[in-house]
Design a protein around this ligand. Structure first.
Ligand SMILES: Cc1cc2nc3c(=O)[nH]c(=O)nc-3n(C[C@H](O)[C@H](O)[C@H](O)COP(=O)(O)OP(=O)(O)OC[C@H]3O[C@@H](n4cnc5c(N)ncnc54)[C@H](O)[C@@H]3O)c2cc1C
Length: 419
């Protein structure tokens, strides 16, 4: 090991930046920190849902050069090809990088070709460019509605999608948007999911909220609809049903964004880790956090918690103390609908069953909280400013006085506006 331990983080998203800035805050100049990432900016993916409704994509990009420079963290803009755990090196398009501690946070990718017909016929919601394409299609549908032309829009959650929440947000946002443009009477909205309940990962209370919203908004919802094939104007399902569409919007199946042959993974390339520390199985110096690791639900909030845990375990080792932070899986989100928002705080627990590794801890009523109110939009807006501000200053999300203030605000809101 060199005089100052070399910590290398791969991937400048939620998990990577949270662990990087957490480590900086804990270790100061006691370690050499490097971020290797293939984009010089952080993309605030959760808020790209606003792009189809008119917001500019650049609004959700946070430049990384200036905060890293300010914090004395080296930025290597490169793509990582390989990790060699024996020699403790990473091969990148900009050369070899040596590490003493490594955090892998390279996220997920979309497997659009896994569903026959998806690439040819669906608009997907993954990149800002996808969202701009969707904006064009929505504009056209509103235009058609002015000429009293009817359109059928179908939202589709296929097998192996690991983050269905944004599609539920977007169908409700679209309903409000179409009503505001006097186009709703000319559009049929349908939602079909492979899940056994609406937004299944968040448990029965969210299912009820979504079912009520769908009924109120005249959105037809179908659960247990496993897509088999997408045709030019209809979707076929395993249960022999078929749903028609003029516009199909889907969030494709997930797999790990990059496969590193030196790391143990499951069948979709997600890196196998110890649940609490996020340490990679069979390794004492490599950690994996966020969408690329094997936690079955892929969410920004969970990536941040995992980034904190990995950062703390590395810092503890360097400082010769016991770790203070483990990954305790509690999901939190605020789902936009434009006229109101849904808040959900969802405690999760491990089942020990590999076919169904995680479920909602429904008996933990102190932590399982759900609320629906126009005021929750304030919470969504606050998070939308807070997170880019923290990362743009080179600071972790979950730390310091600003987080305490944010946490207190969320606590007060969840005590008064959620149950
Ligand atoms: C439309 C949409 C809405 C969402 N809404 C929400 C929400 O409301 N709440 C929520 O909690 N979550 C939401 N999510 C999910 C959330 O965005 C992800 O869970 C989160 O981004 C995961 O963070 P990450 O750090 O693991 O990966 P990412 O944020 O994807 O970051 C990975 C980084 O690694 C880089 N990278 C990848 N491969 C390599 C390589 N080989 N070499 C170098 N760099 C590499 C990528 O360019 C990227 O910068 C949403 C996602 C989408 C798409």
């Amino acid at each position: 090991m060199s005089a100052r331990p070399r910590i290398v983080v791969l991937g400048g998203g939620f998990g990577g930046l949270e662990s990087l800035f957490y480590l900086k805050q804990q270790l100061g100049d006691r370690a050499d920190l490097t971020l290797v990432t293939n984009k010089p900016y952080f993309l605030f993916k959760p808020n790209t849902i606003y792009i189809p409704f008119g917001e500019p994509p650049e609004k959700y990009e946070v430049d990384l050069k200036s905060p890293l420079n300010k914090q004395g963290i080296r930025l290597l803009e490169a793509t990582v090809h390989q990790i060699d755990r024996d020699s403790k090196t990473v091969e990148t398009t900009a050369g070899r990088v040596e590490y003493d501690h490594l955090v892998v946070a390279t996220g997920a990718r979309m497997c659009i070709d896994e569903i026959p017909g998806m690439a040819a016929h669906a608009i997907t919601v993954w990149t800002p460019d996808d969202m701009l394409t969707l904006r064009d299609r929505i504009t056209r549908i509103i235009e058609n509605a002015r000429h009293r032309e009817h359109s059928r829009i179908l939202f589709l959650v296929p097998p192996n999608n690991r983050c269905s929440g944004p599609l539920y947000e977007m169908v409700c946002m679209l309903d409000t948007h179409l009503r505001r443009h006097h186009a709703r009477d000319h559009v049929t909205l349908t939602f079909a999911t492979k899940e056994g309940a609406f937004i299944e990962a968040f448990g029965p209370r969210l299912n009820s909220v979504v079912a009520e919203e769908f009924a109120e908004r005249h959105i037809t919802g179908h659960i247990d609809h496993v897509v088999t094939e997408i045709l030019p104007q209809s979707v076929r399902f395993q249960n022999s049903s078929e749903l028609p569409y003029d516009l199909l919007i889907s969030f494709p199946p997930y797999a790990a964004a990059s496969h590193f042959s030196g790391l143990p993974t499951d069948d979709r390339g997600f890196v196998t880790v110890d649940p609490s520390s996020r340490r990679v199985a069979g390794s004492d110096s490599v950690y994996a956090v966020g969408d690329t690791a094997d936690f079955p639900i892929k969410q920004a909030f969970l990536a941040l918690l995992q980034g904190d845990a990995a950062g703390d375990h590395i810092a503890a080792e360097i400082l010769g103390r016991n770790p203070d932070v483990d990954f305790v899986p509690t999901s939190m989100c605020v789902m936009e609908q434009f006229d109101k928002a849904v808040f959900a705080q969802v405690p999760l627990k491990y089942t020990g069953d590999s076919s169904h590794p995680v479920e909602v801890n429904v008996t933990d009523s102190d932590h399982y909280k759900v609320g629906v109110s126009p005021l929750w939009r304030v919470g969504k807006t606050a998070l939308g400013y807070y997170l880019p501000w923290r990362f743009g200053s080179g600071k972790p999300f979950h730390a310091g006085l600003p987080w305490k203030v944010m946490e207190l605000g969320l606590k007060i809101m969840s005590q008064t506006m959620a149950e």
